[in-house]
Every structure is written in structure tokens, then in C-alpha cells.
Design a protein around this ligand. Sequence first.
Ligand code: GLN
Length: 505
Amino acid sequence: MNSDLTRSSAAELAHALGSGELSSVEIVQAHLDRIAAVDADVHSYLHVDGEGALAAARQVDERRAAGEDLHVLAGVPIAVKDVLATKGLPTTCGSKILEGWVPPYDATVVAKLRAAGMPILGKTNMDEFAMGSSTEHSAYGPTHNPWDLTRIPGGSGGGSAAVVAAYEAPLAIGTDTGGSIRQPASVTGTVGVKPTYGGVSRYGLVALASSLDQAGPCTRTVLDAALLHSVIGGHDPLDSTSIDAPVPAVVEAARRADVKGLRVGVIKELGGEGYQAGVRARFDESVALLQEAGAEVVEVSCPSFDYALAAYYLILPSEASSNLAKFDGMRYGARVLPPGIDDPSAEQVMAATRDAGFGDEVKRRIILGTYALSSGYYDAYYGQAQKVRRLIADDFATAFEKVDVLVSPTAPTTAFKLGDKLDDPMSMYLQDVATIPANLAGVPGMSLPSGLADEDGLPTGIQILAPATRDDRLYGVGAALERMLLDRWGAPLLTKAPELSAKGA
Ligand code: GLN
């Protein structure tokens, strides 16, 4: 075990807690110290709850001392994306409109973390209402990539990826509607998993697009992701789309880490033109490693994937425009009175609140969504997009008749410079070209660090996709590849992050 315990994996920390070598209070304190040392630069957290985390740690230490049978991750701290409701802790969704809102209840995911005895270190930064690929749309300022502070950490969950990359938490929860767990993982050299739709409860997850949203693990190792997945997964009667089946055997699969005889499909439509050379090189190398380890690799065509981005940017804004209608200055957070009006109507207050409370990207999508849903345009836009969505699900179904998992690069590029794409929404949207199909079809996906791109020395990732409810396959392939890549790169990638090394512990 590393002498600096913020460098340890969650599995190592859990082991040290179990053997009595470390207390949860020590582990939490080490992370709070690390946050104090680096978060002014990284800005991963919107809110740090030192007192609450230490109190939870103390409690779990006492329960352990009393001989109670505890969850394997009991005492291991975690950070939570600010889109999940946390009782007694501010929840802003990266928006001014929810500034100061403190939820009176916990999201199911959060309740499960607490029940497992995992202290919550704080809430992580994100693009406003999870719209974006860089965290630059946060109303509270961007998060910086720990590899290079002048670059983006991905989005919308840049905060949750950056906390684990910067050793400010061993684990974090993200949410993925079109790639917001996987793309940040790819550009920060970390592991991110979007579970099967319905595999993790959405209760208390402030909805962006209800038919696409899914919470999942952000970690530094595949085993850690599996351990966390098994804490947060499972049926929830409070979420009507929750799957009523046991959580897939993800931890077992991660421990087995076997790919012999596994059929791997390389998606023809993802990874060609428009993908950075270094991203492609690392991807090809990973595929070759899988083949060497006994996997059978074939190319698979998913022709409808070419239309995924277009369909997503009609379906997502449509759902978002409806979901965000509840932020009206009457029920939650901010209320802004229109200037110069003595006795404003409810409509005037709503308009003033939404104008001041929402940022440009949120407004852009609300306008797009209401337009796509308006009578006369509904069939041409929203209806058409739903048909494409079906074709994409059909492509997956056909592909999974031939192969066990599909692979592609996670994102077309490594981390770009802060500010580079801010005025160009289309090029920002293109970051998710490879991740969106999984959300549209509801299938699970993982991003695993595949190495560093030669041209810029920045991390990139490989995406692994499996059929719905077969999340275990992601972990089997991911863990096997992780081990081979470790040999290939000589050490965990994160130890090579220059900004981190410079900051020390
Ligand atoms: N970047 C995508 C978007 O802006 C994905 C967002 C997400 O997954 N929350 O819509």
C-alpha cells in the first residue's frame, strides 16, 4: 500500500480498513488535506463537507470497533456529482437557478452510499444541468484537467472525473446522458461506467433527459468501479424505469478478468476520420492486446450510428425543455423580480427568474426542444429522431448476435484547451459522437484509459459496450485489458500526470 493514502485504490483502502491498519477518519482527513492543497487549482468541488464526512467516518469506525458486519466499502469516502439530491447538502446542478437549494431528501444512489457507510466528501462541479462536454458551462466556473490545468476535464461530469484523477477522492459518482461519465474519464485517464439504463435508480437525480440519464462510477481502477457499481445498482420501487433484477455480477467479472474466446466487435462507423491520430493509435493497440489475450476480433458495422448525434440533439432538448419547466422561481432556488415592474405577474417573475437563472447553453436547448416538440414540427423532428433511435437499438441488437462486446475510442480527441470550443456548440457536441449511441439504446458502456496520445502526451480511452443487463462483460474485458495496459505503460497512467506530480501530496 502506498504511504500516501490518497494514491491508494478504493479496494486497497477497504482492505486496510478491514485489517484495522487504517481508520476511516484517517482516510477522510487525508483526502480533505489533499483537497485543501489542490482544489483551488483544479476546482473539482462545488461544495466540500469536511465536517459531515468526518462525522460519518467516526461513526463507521465505531461500528467497526464494536464488531459490526460492515459493507466492504464502509469507511471509504466518495464525491458525488452535484446533480444528485443530497439531504442537508447544497445541490445546484451547476446552475444559478438552484443556488442555495438544500434538498430535503437523498437520491436513492446517495442513500445507498450512506447505508454502505461511505462518507460523502462533497459535491462535484458540472456543466449546468449536465449540458456540455467541458464543465465550462458551470455557472460556478470551470474545472481544470489535473494533467494540464489549461485544459478541460471533459463534461458534463468533469468534476467527478477530476476529483479521482487529482486524488481528491478515491471514488466519485457521475451521470451519463450522452457521455458525461465516459468522455471525462477518457480525457482525465480514469475509468468511467455508464450502467445499463434502469440498472441504477434515477430517483433524486435531477433529470436532464429522463429516457437517457444514468448514474454510474468514476474511479481509477476497473475493480473499484465494480465495487461501487454493486453498491449503487439494483431495483428501486421509487423509479418506475428501474430494472427488477439482481445487479449483474460485476465484481466477480472484474476479478476473473478473462477474455479468452470472447468475441469483440470493432465498430466500423466510430474511430475513423475526425479522430485524433494518437487516440486511434492507442485504440488499435488495445484491440491488438485483446486479440493476443485470446479474444476473437471482428469488424462490425452499425450504419445508423451516423445519425445518433442528430437524433440525440432533438430527443435530449425535447425532454430537457419539459424537465426544466419546473424551475420557475416558485418552487425551488432562486426567484428574480423583474426590474421596474411594481406588481409583477407570476409569468413575469418566471420569465425574469429563468432569464437570470439559466445560462446560454441551457436556454439554447430549451428553445430547440420546445421548437422540436411544437405542433406542426413534432413529426418532422422529434418523431423522426425517435425512429432513428429505434434503428440504433436495432444495430446494437444485430451486432450483439455476432459479438459479445463492441469497442471504439471513447472520444475523438484528448483534452482540448479551456475556451477552445466555447463559442462553437457543434464542435463541442461532436465530443460525444461515440458515446451517444449507448444512451439512445440503453446499453451499458465503460471508458478505460488506453494510454497517452503521442502528439500531446495526454490520456485517451477505449470504450467497451455490452448488451443491456450484461454490464458484467464490461468489467471482465476492462479488467483484463487494464492489466495488459499496465504492463504496456509500466505504471498506472495517473502517476505520469505532470500537473499532479508537481503539486506533490
Ligand atoms: N455532452 C453531452 C451533452 O451535452 C452529454 C451530456 C451528459 O451526458 N449529461 O448533452
